[in-house]
Design a protein around this ligand. Structure first.
Ligand SMILES: Nc1ncnc2c1ncn2[C@@H]1O[C@H](COP(=O)(O)OP(=O)(O)OP(=O)(O)O)[C@@H](O)[C@H]1O
Length: 120
């Protein structure tokens, strides 16, 4: 029983890992965000940011990439169930993209709070 449960969870982890790799290989926006993650990590070491600033930074990067992954999944489902033009599909995609936009805006604000005082 417990072994079956553990095997199921490990399988789930394998699928989520495969999904993440697929996103990184195929989605230009995730690749850009991964590049930003690398850059801000370098900046974090350069400016010697505090533990709490590292936490805020990792949470922001994670938030944006999670939102982007979900946005990609929603776009994929929308295109699969309705490949043709439809006003509602357009609205659904806009809302999903809007969620990424909110995450990105919050992240830019957090980055400003962390880095602007260190630069100026
Ligand atoms: N089937 C559709 N019906 C109506 N409007 C659509 C449809 N597909 C896309 N759109 C409109 O075009 C916008 C961009 O959609 P698209 O699927 O090209 O996403 P994208 O942001 O370019 O993502 P990606 O670059 O990952 O393909 C949507 O937000 C929506 O406004």
């Amino acid at each position: 029983m417990a072994l079956k449960f553990i095997k199921g969870r490990l399988k789930g982890m394998k699928y989520s890992f495969q999904g993440g790799i697929h996103l990184l290989k195929t989605e230009a926006s995730i690749q850009v965000q991964f590049g930003i993650f690398v850059l801000v990590t370098i900046a974090g070491f350069f400016f010697k940011i505090s533990n709490y600033e590292w936490i805020a930074q990792f949470l922001c990067v994670g938030l944006v990439m999670t939102a982007e992954g979900l946005n990609t999944a929603i776009e994929g489902v929308a295109d699969f169930i309705h490949p043709d033009y439809h006003e509602k599909i357009g609205r659904i995609k806009d809302v999903a993209a809007g969620a990424v936009g909110i995450a990105a805006l919050v992240s830019v604000i957090v980055a400003g709070i962390i880095y602007l005082p260190k630069i100026f």
